[in-house]
Write a protein that binds this ligand. Structure first.
Ligand SMILES: [Zn+2]
Length: 138
């Protein structure tokens, strides 16, 4: 039985040779497709299902494509367009991960976010970006 799965894996590897595979855009498409599918179930609107299927077809088309240059250009474009959003998500994640040990303040002068360890009482914070100082209780 093991031999069967080994042969299948070999066949799949042969099939994927020279093909583009997955990238950041595929991962984003997969998430969007999944959300669209859930929306179609929740609302019963077939437009969401059609979009989900279209997204899935597009994902597979990209994965099996042999046009490496075109696919990586798409991926670069996606990365450029989503850079701001992905940075914001990264900041939110960092904030969420550190929520037990840190408090976060916005500098009143430049808006830079400042991370301060919790439990220090009333302190004066110096903004690392513009150097202005402000008082907070942590
Ligand atoms: Zn500042």
């Amino acid at each position: 039985m093991n031999g069967f799965f080994d042969r299948m894996r070999e066949k799949l590897q042969q099939f994927m040779t020279g093909r583009y595979g997955t990238d950041e855009l595929s991962k984003a498409l997969l998430i969007v497709t999944f959300v669209l599918f859930i929306l179609s179930v929740l609302t019963g609107w077939s437009i969401f299902l059609i979009l989900a299927i279209a997204g899935l077809i597009f994902s597979y088309f990209r994965m099996f494509s042999r046009n490496y240059a075109a696919r990586s250009a798409e991926n670069r474009k996606y990365l450029d367009l989503s850079a701001n959003l992905r940075r914001k998500l990264r900041v939110q994640k960092k904030r969420f991960d550190g929520r037990k040990d840190y408090r976060f303040f916005k500098c009143p002068t430049c808006g830079q976010e400042v991370r301060v360890p919790k439990g220090k009482g009333h302190i004066r914070i110096t903004c690392p970006k513009c150097g202005s100082q402000f008082d907070r209780t942590v």
